[in-house]
Design a binder for this molecule. Structure first.
Ligand SMILES: [Zn+2]
Length: 238
């Protein structure tokens, strides 16, 4: 494996993108920080700096104490609701429109890629767009839940059970379908753009190529802190 760091060299990145047959972006919390959304673990501002995720964002917390869960999540929904995509989200959407990017795989639940206009989007941790009922399966837009939270501590489904945000909570499995699609895309990509995330999570697994990369491929270039070229020799896109 031959990695070459070309951080900050947009020209080199553009060249890599032009030469790649398939380009996929993996994004994490860092891409949304300029939109005013704090990441999780940055000292001082990280969401989990001041609150224990196991107490407010774990599936067991939702089951055991929906009031506490929703007092945290209601606020989070409110905070995320008015955020706007920043230049990085918009640039990825534009690259897709221009045929230079195949898909965005994101760990973020903030909907900013959707709002930016990305069409091929895999939200592996779900999103705040909707909430569902675990008992009867009814799904509603989060706006409905926010309206409910004005009058009630816990938004209830028509069947009487607490609603749950359609995000993957701690203690829950990722959606098998989303994970499979993400894995397929990452494994098939010549170039992975890892943006606002770190090599420990999904992006690390995908970028390391240790799970599903076809034989004969190798990572041979590291473009920017976060771009990983997976192979050479595929026909250029144009
Ligand atoms: Zn229900």
């Amino acid at each position: 494996m031959d990695r070459q760091l070309i951080a900050g060299d947009a020209g080199a990145l553009a060249q890599l993108m032009r030469g790649a047959g398939s380009v996929v972006a993996l994004t994490g919390a860092g891409i949304s920080v300029p939109s005013g959304i704090p990441d999780f673990r940055t000292p001082g501002t990280g969401i989990w700096e001041n609150v224990d995720p196991m107490e407010v964002a774990h599936i067991d917390a939702w089951r055991a104490n929906p009031e506490r869960f929703w007092s945290f999540y209601g606020e989070r929904f409110q905070t995320l609701g008015d955020k706007r995509p920043n230049g990085a989200h918009l640039a990825l959407a534009q690259l897709e429109r221009r045929g230079l990017l195949d898909a965005v795989i994101t760990q973020n639940i903030d909907m900013l890629h959707r709002r930016a206009g990305t069409r091929e989007l895999i939200e592996v941790h779900g999103s705040i767009a909707t909430c569902s009922c675990r008992s009867c399966g009814q799904r509603v837009a989060s706006a409905v839940v926010l309206a409910q939270l004005r009058d009630a501590a816990v938004p209830l489904c028509g069947c009487g059970q607490p609603r749950k945000p359609d995000v993957v909570l701690f203690g829950e499995f990722l959606s098998a379908a989303a994970l499979e699609r993400a894995t397929q895309l990452a494994a098939g990509a010549d170039l992975l753009l890892c943006i606002g995330t770190f090599a420990g999570g999904l992006s690390g697994r995908a970028a390391s190529g240790d799970h599903a990369a076809p034989r004969g491929r190798r990572r041979d270039r590291h473009a920017g802190p976060d771009a990983v070229r997976r192979s050479r020799g595929r026909p250029a896109r144009r």
